[in-house]
Design a binder for this molecule. Structure first.
Ligand code: NAD
Ligand code: UDP
Length: 338
């Protein structure tokens, strides 16, 4: 299939391009590089041995997007492009709504008019808010979102649902990712956050590599096994493979489907710290701090629907995720700028 990958130079997108090319899909990446470095795609090319056609464009730029769609006549779009920093979204909500929602509106319009009505969208477990039930199934309602980032994902989902209802030729798959961590086994690509990381694993790897002094653990008084927050961490390569499975299994069927992509296993912050120390034989200094505003105690998936309908199941465990995150960080202490 000929696939438009928006945001394909980013963390999850670049790993997905590898898996798509590995099974013979033709990929074109559109990215404005606002949160990525082109070096990531050069590394992808080294890993796969195949060229990655790249167009530097903002998905809100209608003319540029029309041009790309006309040139390539895509069969499907995998839509990763968007902003994702929760804290920044609280401070700059307009920026998030504009980029994530306007971007999606322009993209949907241009794609539809070009005749490409197959779309896979990067959504998030954040749309569940404080989930009604654990493990979270896809039938759990979208909840009260804790921040503009999560709300932008929830709104994008709703827009896609409404569009699909109005035009049943659309075939849309909403993938709700849990907590992606890890990196490609080669250590050549991985997560490269700008500035001080917000997320747990990049913070841990930067402590391990000596760029940050110690990890702050946000709260040890939750109602969990050890008091720290519990999440469903999933290896980014497993996540990437999930997209390929969607293309294999339900491509061409009109409708809208939602899948959780997680492992179904919850680990606490301390589990991750200890798992990282054990897998890599490095010490992670930490201190317990106040709870972080907007955090919930526990969130992990029921990934059963993806297994039943897509034949997809996460294969990597915590040890693999910790090993691969560290392998990437220690080989690239300054990310892609090395
Ligand atoms: P990322 O920031 O590494 O990748 C996003 C890419 O989109 C970047 O390369 C960025 O330059 C590009 N981009 C942003 N706005 C754009 C625009 N207007 N036009 C063109 N390109 C644009 O993030 P990621 O972790 O790879 O996440 C990919 C998607 O998955 C995002 O939509 C994110 O919200 C979603 N998601 C991520 C996580 C996570 O923890 N990483 C969890 C759930 C959902
Ligand atoms: N966390 C932490 N210290 C950090 C970053 C995160 O203790 O520096 C905790 C956070 O409170 C949550 C878990 O790690 O319980 C995962 O947080 P992350 O930001 O990675 O993902 P989230 O699930 O919030 O999207």
């Amino acid at each position: 299939m000929k696939i438009l990958v928006t945001g394909g130079a980013g963390y999850i997108g670049s790993h997905t391009v590898i898996e798509l090319q590995a099974v013979g899909h033709e990929v074109v990446v559109v990215d404005n590089l606002v949160n990525a470095d082109l070096v990531s795609l050069k590394r992808v090319e080294r890993i796969t041995g195949k060229a990655v056609p790249f167009v530097e464009a903002d998905i809100r730029d209608r003319e540029a997007m029309e041009q790309v769609c006309q040139t390539y006549c895509f069969d499907c779009c995998i839509h990763f492009a968007g902003f994702k920093a929760v804290g920044e979204s609280v401070l700059q909500p307009w920026k998030y709504y504009d980029n994530n929602i306007t971007g999606t509106l322009v993209l949907l319009d241009v794609l539809g008019k070009s005749g490409c009505k197959n779309l896979i969208f990067s959504s998030s477990a954040a749309v569940y808010g404080e989930p009604e039930t654990i493990p979270v199934t896809e039938t759990c309602p979208r909840g009260r979102c804790a921040n503009p980032y999560a709300r932008s994902k929830s709104i994008q989902e709703q827009i896609m649902m409404d569009m699909q209802k109005a035009d049943p030729e659309w075939n849309i798959v909403l993938l709700r990712y849990f907590n992606p961590i890890g990196a490609h086994r080669s250590g050549m690509i991985g997560e490269d956050p700008k500035g001080i990381p917000n997320n747990l694993m990049p913070y841990i790897t930067q402590v391990a590599v000596g760029k940050l002094e110690k990890l702050s653990i946000f709260g040890d008084d939750y109602d969990t096994v050890d008091g720290t927050g519990v999440r469903d961490y999933i290896h980014v390569v497993d996540l990437a493979k999930g997209h390929v499975k969607v293309l294999d299994s339900i491509a061409g069927q009109c409708g809208l489907e939602i899948f959780n992509l997680g492992t179904g296993v919850g680990y606490s912050v301390l589990d991750v710290v200890r798992g990282f120390e054990k897998a890599n034989n490095v010490k992670i200094l930490y201190e317990i701090k106040e709870r972080r505003a907007g955090d919930i105690a526990v969130c992990y998936s029921d990934p059963g629907k993806a297994e039943r309908m897509l034949g997809w199941k996460a294969e990597y465990g915590l040890e693999d995720m910790c090993r691969d995150s560290w392998n990437w960080q220690k080989r690239n202490p300054n990310g892609f700028t090395d």
